[in-house]
Write a protein that binds this ligand. Sequence first.
Ligand SMILES: CC(C)(COP(=O)(O)OP(=O)(O)OC[C@H]1O[C@@H](n2cnc3c(N)ncnc32)[C@H](O)[C@@H]1OP(=O)(O)O)[C@@H](O)C(=O)NCCC(=O)NCCS
Length: 229
Amino acid sequence: MFRFVGEQRVQASELALTGPTLRVRIPRSDDAPALFREACDPRVTRWFSWGPYESVSEARDYLERLPGERQRGVQLDLVVEHLQAGPIGISGFSDIARRDRRATIGTWLGHAWWGRGANREVKALMCHLGFELLGLERIGSYTNVAHERSQRALERLGFEREGVLRAYHRHGEQTLDVAVFGLLRSTWERGLLHDLPVVVTGEPPALFVSGAGGASLPPERPIRSSDGG
Ligand SMILES: CC(C)(COP(=O)(O)OP(=O)(O)OC[C@H]1O[C@@H](n2cnc3c(N)ncnc32)[C@H](O)[C@@H]1OP(=O)(O)O)[C@@H](O)C(=O)NCCC(=O)NCCS
Protein backbone atom coordinates (compact mmCIF):
# COMPACT_ATOMS: atom_id res chain seq x y z
CA MET A 1 0.00 0.00 0.00
CA PHE A 2 1.33 3.44 -0.93
CA ARG A 3 0.60 7.00 0.16
CA PHE A 4 1.52 10.06 -1.84
CA VAL A 5 3.50 12.64 0.11
CA GLY A 6 4.99 15.55 -1.84
CA GLU A 7 5.56 14.31 -5.36
CA GLN A 8 6.74 10.83 -4.52
CA ARG A 9 5.10 7.73 -3.23
CA VAL A 10 6.26 6.16 0.01
CA GLN A 11 5.37 2.75 1.30
CA ALA A 12 2.84 3.36 4.07
CA SER A 13 4.32 0.73 6.40
CA GLU A 14 7.87 2.09 6.16
CA LEU A 15 8.95 4.91 8.43
CA ALA A 16 9.40 8.20 6.56
CA LEU A 17 9.36 11.83 7.70
CA THR A 18 8.83 14.39 4.98
CA GLY A 19 9.59 18.11 5.19
CA PRO A 20 9.30 20.88 2.60
CA THR A 21 12.21 19.67 0.42
CA LEU A 22 13.62 16.53 2.05
CA ARG A 23 12.53 13.20 3.40
CA VAL A 24 14.31 10.85 5.81
CA ARG A 25 13.22 7.25 5.33
CA ILE A 26 14.22 3.62 5.82
CA PRO A 27 17.02 2.92 3.32
CA ARG A 28 16.54 0.50 0.41
CA SER A 29 19.07 -1.58 -1.48
CA ASP A 30 18.54 0.51 -4.63
CA ASP A 31 19.89 3.57 -2.76
CA ALA A 32 23.42 2.16 -3.19
CA PRO A 33 24.40 3.92 -6.47
CA ALA A 34 23.32 7.35 -5.19
CA LEU A 35 25.03 6.89 -1.81
CA PHE A 36 28.17 5.73 -3.58
CA ARG A 37 28.16 8.82 -5.83
CA GLU A 38 27.94 11.16 -2.82
CA ALA A 39 30.35 9.33 -0.48
CA CYS A 40 33.10 8.56 -2.99
CA ASP A 41 34.09 12.19 -2.36
CA PRO A 42 36.91 12.39 0.23
CA ARG A 43 35.58 15.76 1.46
CA VAL A 44 32.42 14.01 2.65
CA THR A 45 34.12 11.21 4.59
CA ARG A 46 37.21 13.12 5.75
CA TRP A 47 36.26 12.95 9.44
CA PHE A 48 34.91 9.40 9.41
CA SER A 49 36.40 6.03 10.26
CA TRP A 50 35.28 4.79 6.81
CA GLY A 51 35.47 5.91 3.22
CA PRO A 52 35.66 7.42 0.76
CA TYR A 53 33.77 4.66 -1.03
CA GLU A 54 35.81 3.10 -3.80
CA SER A 55 33.06 0.96 -5.27
CA VAL A 56 29.30 0.77 -5.19
CA SER A 57 29.57 -2.60 -3.46
CA GLU A 58 30.73 -0.83 -0.28
CA ALA A 59 27.49 1.16 -0.24
CA ARG A 60 25.57 -2.07 -0.89
CA ASP A 61 27.34 -3.85 1.98
CA TYR A 62 26.49 -0.95 4.29
CA LEU A 63 22.82 -1.02 3.26
CA GLU A 64 22.67 -4.79 3.77
CA ARG A 65 23.84 -4.41 7.38
CA LEU A 66 21.11 -1.94 8.28
CA PRO A 67 18.03 -4.19 8.63
CA GLY A 68 19.88 -6.37 11.16
CA GLU A 69 21.04 -3.31 13.10
CA ARG A 70 17.44 -2.06 13.20
CA GLN A 71 16.16 -5.46 14.33
CA ARG A 72 18.72 -5.51 17.14
CA GLY A 73 17.90 -1.92 18.11
CA VAL A 74 21.48 -0.75 17.75
CA GLN A 75 21.44 1.74 14.87
CA LEU A 76 18.63 3.59 13.10
CA ASP A 77 20.17 5.06 9.93
CA LEU A 78 17.84 6.77 7.47
CA VAL A 79 18.47 7.87 3.91
CA VAL A 80 18.17 11.60 3.36
CA GLU A 81 16.24 11.96 0.12
CA HIS A 82 15.75 15.23 -1.72
CA LEU A 83 12.18 15.21 -3.04
CA GLN A 84 13.39 15.96 -6.57
CA ALA A 85 17.03 14.87 -6.65
CA GLY A 86 16.78 11.57 -4.74
CA PRO A 87 19.16 10.29 -2.02
CA ILE A 88 21.79 12.82 -0.89
CA GLY A 89 23.10 11.36 2.37
CA ILE A 90 22.44 9.58 5.62
CA SER A 91 21.35 10.63 9.09
CA GLY A 92 21.00 8.20 11.94
CA PHE A 93 20.71 7.50 15.61
CA SER A 94 23.15 5.29 17.51
CA ASP A 95 24.01 4.85 21.20
CA ILE A 96 20.31 4.34 21.88
CA ALA A 97 19.73 4.26 25.64
CA ARG A 98 16.01 3.81 26.10
CA ARG A 99 16.23 3.74 29.88
CA ASP A 100 17.78 7.21 29.83
CA ARG A 101 15.83 8.36 26.77
CA ARG A 102 18.81 9.52 24.78
CA ALA A 103 20.54 8.80 21.51
CA THR A 104 23.40 10.15 19.41
CA ILE A 105 22.88 11.61 15.95
CA GLY A 106 25.28 11.48 13.02
CA THR A 107 24.77 12.98 9.56
CA TRP A 108 26.56 13.16 6.24
CA LEU A 109 25.41 14.94 3.10
CA GLY A 110 26.86 15.03 -0.42
CA HIS A 111 29.15 18.02 -0.87
CA ALA A 112 26.80 19.79 -3.29
CA TRP A 113 24.24 20.01 -0.46
CA TRP A 114 26.43 21.71 2.12
CA GLY A 115 25.63 25.31 3.02
CA ARG A 116 22.16 25.19 1.46
CA GLY A 117 19.96 24.60 4.46
CA ALA A 118 19.67 20.85 3.88
CA ASN A 119 21.40 20.09 7.17
CA ARG A 120 18.90 22.21 9.07
CA GLU A 121 15.95 20.42 7.47
CA VAL A 122 17.48 16.99 8.10
CA LYS A 123 18.11 17.83 11.74
CA ALA A 124 14.56 19.17 12.11
CA LEU A 125 13.16 15.90 10.71
CA MET A 126 15.45 13.77 12.87
CA CYS A 127 14.63 15.80 16.00
CA HIS A 128 10.93 15.30 15.30
CA LEU A 129 11.63 11.59 15.02
CA GLY A 130 13.78 11.54 18.14
CA PHE A 131 11.73 13.69 20.48
CA GLU A 132 8.18 13.14 19.19
CA LEU A 133 8.20 9.57 17.94
CA LEU A 134 11.01 7.87 19.87
CA GLY A 135 10.36 9.70 23.15
CA LEU A 136 13.92 10.91 23.66
CA GLU A 137 14.84 13.61 26.16
CA ARG A 138 18.33 14.22 24.77
CA ILE A 139 19.98 14.00 21.37
CA GLY A 140 23.76 14.10 21.54
CA SER A 141 26.39 14.39 18.87
CA TYR A 142 30.13 13.81 18.73
CA THR A 143 32.52 15.56 16.42
CA ASN A 144 36.29 15.59 16.06
CA VAL A 145 37.65 18.57 18.02
CA ALA A 146 39.26 19.84 14.80
CA HIS A 147 36.05 19.56 12.71
CA GLU A 148 35.02 23.19 12.86
CA ARG A 149 32.29 23.06 10.23
CA SER A 150 30.41 20.34 12.05
CA GLN A 151 30.71 22.13 15.40
CA ARG A 152 29.44 25.41 13.93
CA ALA A 153 26.59 23.56 12.22
CA LEU A 154 25.51 21.91 15.49
CA GLU A 155 25.69 25.12 17.51
CA ARG A 156 23.74 27.02 14.86
CA LEU A 157 20.90 24.55 15.35
CA GLY A 158 20.79 24.84 19.14
CA PHE A 159 23.09 21.98 20.20
CA GLU A 160 25.30 23.01 23.12
CA ARG A 161 28.96 22.12 23.36
CA GLU A 162 29.36 20.27 26.64
CA GLY A 163 33.01 19.34 26.66
CA VAL A 164 35.67 17.06 25.21
CA LEU A 165 35.86 13.30 25.52
CA ARG A 166 39.52 12.33 25.32
CA ALA A 167 40.65 9.34 23.27
CA TYR A 168 37.01 8.57 22.55
CA HIS A 169 37.10 7.46 18.91
CA ARG A 170 39.60 5.30 17.13
CA HIS A 171 40.10 5.64 13.38
CA GLY A 172 42.64 3.12 12.11
CA GLU A 173 45.69 3.54 14.32
CA GLN A 174 44.67 7.02 15.46
CA THR A 175 43.02 7.80 18.80
CA LEU A 176 40.89 10.92 18.62
CA ASP A 177 39.43 13.43 21.03
CA VAL A 178 35.83 14.40 20.30
CA ALA A 179 33.73 17.37 21.29
CA VAL A 180 30.37 16.34 22.71
CA PHE A 181 27.22 18.31 21.97
CA GLY A 182 23.72 17.92 23.30
CA LEU A 183 20.24 19.14 22.48
CA LEU A 184 17.59 18.69 25.15
CA ARG A 185 13.89 18.33 24.46
CA SER A 186 13.16 21.62 26.28
CA THR A 187 15.62 23.55 24.07
CA TRP A 188 14.29 21.88 20.93
CA GLU A 189 10.72 22.79 21.84
CA ARG A 190 11.68 26.47 21.99
CA GLY A 191 14.00 26.47 18.96
CA LEU A 192 13.82 26.89 15.19
CA LEU A 193 13.98 23.18 14.39
CA HIS A 194 10.64 22.64 16.10
CA ASP A 195 8.67 24.77 13.62
CA LEU A 196 9.33 22.78 10.44
CA PRO A 197 6.18 21.13 9.05
CA VAL A 198 6.68 17.36 9.09
CA VAL A 199 4.51 14.59 7.61
CA VAL A 200 5.08 11.19 9.20
CA THR A 201 4.24 7.87 7.59
CA GLY A 202 4.86 4.42 9.04
CA GLU A 203 6.01 3.54 12.54
CA PRO A 204 9.47 3.73 14.09
CA PRO A 205 10.95 0.31 14.89
CA ALA A 206 9.67 -0.62 18.37
CA LEU A 207 13.12 -1.33 19.83
CA PHE A 208 14.06 2.34 19.45
CA VAL A 209 11.04 3.75 21.25
CA SER A 210 11.53 4.97 24.83
CA GLY A 211 8.72 5.68 27.22
CA ALA A 212 5.85 3.52 28.36
CA GLY A 213 7.34 0.13 29.12
CA GLY A 214 10.78 1.17 27.82
CA ALA A 215 12.59 0.52 31.08
CA SER A 216 11.16 -2.98 31.35
CA LEU A 217 12.22 -3.95 27.82
CA PRO A 218 15.22 -6.29 27.35
CA PRO A 219 18.62 -4.83 28.40
CA GLU A 220 20.36 -2.72 25.79
CA ARG A 221 23.12 -4.42 23.92
CA PRO A 222 26.61 -3.00 23.34
CA ILE A 223 26.67 -0.75 20.30
CA ARG A 224 29.21 0.80 18.05
CA SER A 225 29.72 4.50 18.42
CA SER A 226 28.62 6.84 15.71
CA ASP A 227 30.97 8.95 13.65
CA GLY A 228 28.94 11.92 14.85
CA GLY A 229 27.85 15.28 13.55
C1 LIG B 1 28.24 18.31 8.78
C2 LIG B 1 27.28 18.74 7.67
C3 LIG B 1 26.06 17.85 7.68
C4 LIG B 1 26.87 20.19 7.99
O1 LIG B 1 26.06 20.70 6.98
P1 LIG B 1 26.44 22.09 6.29
O2 LIG B 1 25.43 22.42 5.30
O3 LIG B 1 27.84 21.95 5.81
O4 LIG B 1 26.46 23.09 7.52
P2 LIG B 1 25.48 24.27 7.89
O5 LIG B 1 24.08 23.81 7.86
O6 LIG B 1 25.95 24.81 9.17
O7 LIG B 1 25.73 25.32 6.77
C5 LIG B 1 27.05 25.79 6.46
C6 LIG B 1 27.02 27.18 5.92
O8 LIG B 1 25.92 27.37 5.04
C7 LIG B 1 25.11 28.45 5.49
N1 LIG B 1 23.70 28.11 5.30
C8 LIG B 1 22.97 27.33 6.09
N2 LIG B 1 21.70 27.27 5.61
C9 LIG B 1 21.67 28.03 4.49
C10 LIG B 1 20.66 28.35 3.55
N3 LIG B 1 19.39 27.92 3.67
N4 LIG B 1 21.00 29.12 2.51
C11 LIG B 1 22.25 29.60 2.39
N5 LIG B 1 23.24 29.33 3.24
C12 LIG B 1 22.96 28.55 4.29
C13 LIG B 1 25.42 28.56 6.94
O9 LIG B 1 25.16 29.89 7.41
C14 LIG B 1 26.87 28.22 6.97
O10 LIG B 1 27.67 29.31 6.60
P3 LIG B 1 29.11 29.60 7.28
O11 LIG B 1 29.86 28.31 7.25
O12 LIG B 1 29.70 30.64 6.40
O13 LIG B 1 28.83 30.06 8.66
C15 LIG B 1 27.98 18.68 6.28
O14 LIG B 1 29.02 19.62 6.22
C16 LIG B 1 28.50 17.29 5.97
O15 LIG B 1 27.77 16.42 5.55
N6 LIG B 1 29.83 17.08 6.14
C17 LIG B 1 30.44 15.81 5.84
C18 LIG B 1 30.12 14.76 6.86
C19 LIG B 1 30.52 15.18 8.25
O16 LIG B 1 31.65 15.60 8.48
N7 LIG B 1 29.58 15.06 9.18
C20 LIG B 1 29.76 15.44 10.54
C21 LIG B 1 30.56 14.43 11.25
S1 LIG B 1 30.95 14.95 12.90
